[in-house]
Design a protein. Structure first.
Lengths: 547, 97, 382
């Protein structure tokens, strides 16, 4: 993984001192809350319902054992012994005191981490495929490009006060596991006929109140031109994005109102001018330097087939939580942060430390964070799988449900978030408990369920096969169900099916949706394909059957 | 009836206006007649300079949250309803408390 | 970067300048002014104030950046209005010279804000060296003092004419310690003509690699006569070293880096004692590694003055025409960049260094890198 050089390290240190100074100015009344708020937000500090919340970036979802251990340590020392992994490859602490945050940032800087630009109207943490460097279907490892974007976007002098927040995602694999077309800019690593690497560029996607799937505006961008092209897109957006209405300020609205063709024309025109100056052309030397931090995956010592014990629980876990790897003899392991009835994405200090140990002992010192709010050990020898499984089971992290219907994504919702209209976590807990008892999980297979507590859609409900959106109706929580979203190559926005349900009716309604699917599907047909084939009517009937 | 609530600047904890200062206990909160609330909020807002963040009026019934924001204010008062806070006591997620 | 109190002194609103053709105007415009409108006024403005209506409105950052980078505005640029101390660093970077904020900023806040970061990742109008550039062109021996001097020089001479830069370097900055380094290649006539017009006594260093085209020797004579150059010094490779390392005379074929080291890099190192600064004819458009070429830089213990750094290809052509300069005989044969005969071919795609080291992954000869990182070791004379 990438390691800071003196420049990276200096900058992060200077940022800690700057924030310490900003906090001092706020505490002594030199800064009003109005002035301080955008500054703390650009350092990931929110004020939520009960306390401050600190969002720490996990750039493109990559952690070392040491970094994971530090995250656990911070949770214990400064927070209530747990943290929450988010859908954008960040971790959030729910209870830090403002006066402690400069020290927390100092401890993060010790392990080359930071909270820079994890909020605010600036370029946010760049996200990527959690299987980067390990996936069997990978065209090229996207992480070097993510790191180049991370550096370029850090304290960008021109793009720190954009009309609205700005999110970039990069994938280097055939299957999109980073939801790139639901981002302000999605980048896909591609090869041209000459075998050269470049990017397909998709700007103008996003979730929130006006979900949009990003159009393709550039089929092949040479890699050296990455920063010049990103600068062109950001400049067009910074100058022409709406600033009169925050709900219409994201780039997706600009792209849509201009039309993809006109937006492309403006970007290409700007890009031509920027490229002529050439100062943003990436030197091959720097590309190679950064690529050097991401060597090919380790080789397994033996690629001989491993004889597994006949433990049924282990077999079930292997079925769902062990994924193919590009190297024979290695596998990727999904650590489910979705215990049945638990809080999606939460991990205690002890759990984080145990994962750090496992990464160091069995995982070549790497951990990843996924947009499904799980963790991954990307490289594990097949021969070590059983030991890893047993160790995970000891800490409650071996739920065999990765990518199943109980692998539910949920935002913090009204239990924490000052923007939420309704609770998300308790609904997810009820759904997971009910579906687990229903015995349907193995049968329904690939179904995604995602829950957001408000229209900002942090819980990604728009791109779920089954989405749940919390709304507030005269002080009561109601939940709308959406069907048919997808984040992958068949990316789509789910559509709302009928009126909202009270929270207590939601788990049963979702079970009925799944039963309707089982009754309707053809052989081997996925939920999403059945839905697309027969339309939403049978599912709508199932949802409102009891009402 | 109204009360003034806010978050403490230094650590963000939920607090209530007592008429003379701030308390973490809602029972200490000063209950205001609706027509007197705005003037009292003006007074409390002065503390935003160095003590609190964003004081605002909440609807109350006696010393309990009421009205449209009752759920939100109750959660602010009593903490998340998710069971996550039980982790404080070292209990693994997914197990019964 | 300066802090102006009480909102600074007033400027003329943009709209009241429409339809006039006054020059040297002091104009104020909002951050959402279209770039074309702003650039039109910039052409006749001595100072531009960009107003920030709300600190959250970041359009002024792009407008300022574009006025510097694209419109080439070299006058004073101020940010006025709702500007926070914490934005000052960014304003400085995109090319603002001064800030006139609505709210007061005390001295401590100001100095913290201006000096918040010592590392930058993005190239910007302030010319600050980016982390990428520091990594790819390392110069560990460069001390603070030199850095500061470079920064000041680059700020002071931003937008100055090439002639003014050479004049300042010769008379004021490095008197008696300055030389022109020239290959007498395709575009050399321009920098030589510029230098001669300042003073024909400025020494001109020519590296004779003994592998030059005959046409280059001939061209050197022609230019020396025509421009009246009074001090052309010819530098040759050390005969002993050449006999030892390139006995068969085909080192260029087996190891072009070693050949450059023998015939260019080391002879120049020997010859440079006695000079603090060199004028080069390098331009940004010439090679991908030169894209952020500053006017003044410092390599291996010596300043490089690149007076033509921001020249466009058309400017070079126009200069040839205007001063009726002879062209290198090989340019007419399709050579855009001319080095030694073994390593130069006619180019096809129009890239100005495209014929050099054709078919090899090499774009620079080593002279323009810091010597410490150049291919081959520098053997110090004496």
């Amino acid at each position: 993984m990438y390691q800071y050089d003196e420049y990276d390290a200096t900058l992060v240190r200077e940022r800690v001192e700057q924030f310490r100074h900003q906090v001092d100015r706020r505490l002594t009344g030199r800064l009003t809350e109005d002035q301080f708020k955008p500054l703390r937000l650009m350092n990931g500090v929110y004020l939520q319902l009960h306390a401050y919340m600190l969002r720490v970036a996990i750039p493109y979802g990559v952690l070392s054992g040491k970094q994971m251990r530090t995250l656990g340590h911070i949770a214990r020392r400064y927070d209530r012994n747990y943290g929450h992994f988010t859908t954008r490859q960040n971790i959030q602490y729910n209870w830090p005191a403002l006066v402690d945050i400069p020290d927390i940032l100092g401890q993060l800087a010790d392990v080359e981490m930071h909270a820079i630009q994890t909020s605010g109207n600036c370029i946010r943490n760049v996200t990527s495929d959690p299987y980067a460097g390990a996936a069997a279907d990978e065209i090229e490892d996207p992480r070097p490009w993510c790191e180049i974007i991370r550096q370029w976007s850090t304290f960008h002098p021109e793009f720190s006060f954009l009309p609205r927040k700005f999110k970039i995602a990069v994938t280097g694999a055939a299957e999109d596991r980073a939801a790139i077309r639901a981002h302000d800019i999605g980048l896909k690593v591609v090869k041209n006929d000459a075998g050269e690497t470049g990017f397909a560029v998709f700007p103008g996607g996003g979730q929130g109140r006006t979900p949009r799937i990003a159009p393709l505006i550039r089929e092949f961008l040479p890699v050296q031109e990455l920063l010049a092209y990103l600068t062109a897109i950001l400049r067009v957006y910074n100058l022409h994005g709406r600033r009169d209405n925050m709900y219409k300020a994201r780039i997706k609205i600009l792209v849509e109102s201009l039309g993809a063709d006109e937006f492309r024309r403006q970007v290409e025109e700007e890009y031509e001018k920027i490229a002529a100056d050439g100062s943003l052309a990436l030197p091959d030397e720097e590309i190679e330097r950064i690529r050097g931090f991401f060597p090919p995956p380790p080789q397994a010592e033996s690629a001989e087939p491993v004889q597994f014990s006949d433990d049924a629980d282990f077999a079930l876990w292997r079925k769902h939580n062990v994924r193919p790897h590009k190297v024979a003899g290695l596998k990727s392991v999904v650590i489910s942060l979705k215990p049945i009835g638990g809080t999606p994405g939460d991990a205690t200090s002890e759990q984080m430390e145990a994962v750090a140990d496992l990464a160091e002992q069995y995982g070549f010192d790497e951990v990843r964070v996924t947009m499904e709010q799980n963790l991954i050990l990307p490289h594990v020898r097949e021969a070590d799988l059983e030991a890893v499984w047993r160790a995970l089971a000891d800490i409650g992290f071996a739920t065999p449900n990765a990518y199943t219907a109980t692998d539910i994504v949920a935002c913090p919702g009204l239990d924490y978030c000052s923007l939420a209209n309704a609770r998300s976590i308790p609904i997810s807990q009820e759904i997971s408990t009910r579906l687990d008892k229903s015995g349907l999980i193995e049968d329904v297979g690939d179904v995604t369920i995602k829950i957001s507590g408000c229209i900002n859609a942090c819980g990604h409900h728009h791109i779920a096969h089954i989405g749940v959106l919390g709304v507030d109706k005269k002080g009561e929580e109601f939940y709308q169900i959406t069907l048919g979203g997808s984040h992958s190559d068949d990316a789509d926005i789910g559509s709302i099916v009928g009126k909202g349900l009270p929270g207590e009716d939601v788990p049963a309604a979702i079970e009925r949706i799944l039963r309707a699917y089982l009754a309707t599907r053809s052989d081997g047909e996925r939920f999403l394909d059945t839905l697309r084939r027969v339309g939403e009517e049978p599912f709508k009937e199932a949802i409102y059957e009891a009402a | 009836m109204k009360m003034i609530s806010s978050n403490k600047l230094t650590d963000g904890r939920v607090i209530f206006w007592t008429g003379a200062g701030w308390s973490a206990d809602m029972k200490d909160g000063k209950v205001l007649e609706d027509d007197a609330a705005d003037a009292e909020l003006e007074a409390a807002l002065k503390d935003e300079a160095t003590e609190v963040v964003g004081p605002y009026l909440i609807a109350v019934d006696g010393h309990d949250p009421a009205g449209r924001e009752r759920l939100r204010e109750t959660i602010r008062l009593t903490g998340p309803t998710t069971g996550s806070t039980k982790y404080v006591h070292g209990i693994k997620p997914g197990t019964e408390a | 970067m300066r802090l102006l109190e009480n909102g600074g002194d007033p400027a003329t609103p943009l709209e009241s300048l429409a339809g006039t053709n006054q020059s040297d105007v002091v104009v104020e415009m909002p951050g959402d002014t279209p770039f074309e409108t702003a650039a039109d006024i910039a052409a006749r403005a001595s100072r531009i104030d960009i107003r920030f209506p709300k600190f959250r409105d970041g359009r002024g950052f792009s407008l300022g950046a574009m006025l510097r980078e694209r419109a080439g505005f070299t006058g004073e640029m101020r940010a006025v209005g709702d500007v926070l101390p914490d934005q000052v660093f960014f304003l400085k970077r995109v090319g603002f010279d001064a800030v006139a904020p609505e709210a007061d900023i005390n001295d401590e806040e100001w100095s913290q804000a201006v000096n918040a970061f010592t590392v930058v990742y993005q190239p910007a109008a302030d010319g600050e060296e980016t982390a990428i550039r520091k990594r790819t062109a390392p110069h560990g021996d460069q001390d603070r003092e030199v850095q500061d001097r470079l920064k000041k020089l680059n700020e002071r001479y931003r937008g100055a004419s090439a002639q003014d830069i050479i004049k300042a370097a010769w008379t004021e900055l490095f008197p008696g310690r300055l030389a022109v380094m020239s290959s007498f290649g395709a575009e050399a006539a321009v920098s030589l003509h510029l230098a001669a017009s300042v003073d024909p006594n400025i020494p001109v260093l020519f590296l004779d690699t003994e592998r030059h085209f005959a046409q280059t020797e001939q061209y050197r004579q022609t230019l020396t006569d025509k421009l009246g150059l009074k001090d052309v010094r010819i530098i040759k490779p050390d005969a002993e070293e050449a006999a030892e390392e390139d006995a068969k005379g085909d080192l260029w074929r087996t190891d072009p880096d070693a050949c450059c080291a023998l015939r260019k890099v080391r002879p120049l190192a020997y010859a440079l004692d006695g000079y603090d600064a060199l004028i080069t004819g390098r331009k940004r458009f010439q090679a991908s590694t030169r894209m952020r070429l500053p006017i003044f830089e410092y390599l291996d213990g010596r300043y490089r003055v690149n007076p033509m750094a921001d020249w466009a290809p058309e400017q070079v052509q126009a200069y040839f025409k205007e001063h009726d300069l002879p062209t290198h005989p090989l340019v007419d044969l399709g050579y855009n960049s001319i080095g030694c005969w073994p390593c130069t071919q006619p180019s096809s795609d129009g890239g100005v260094r495209s014929g050099r080291w054709a078919g090899r992954d090499k774009t620079e000869c080593g002279i323009h890198f810091s010597f410490g990182d150049a291919p081959g070791k520098v053997r110090r004379a004496g």
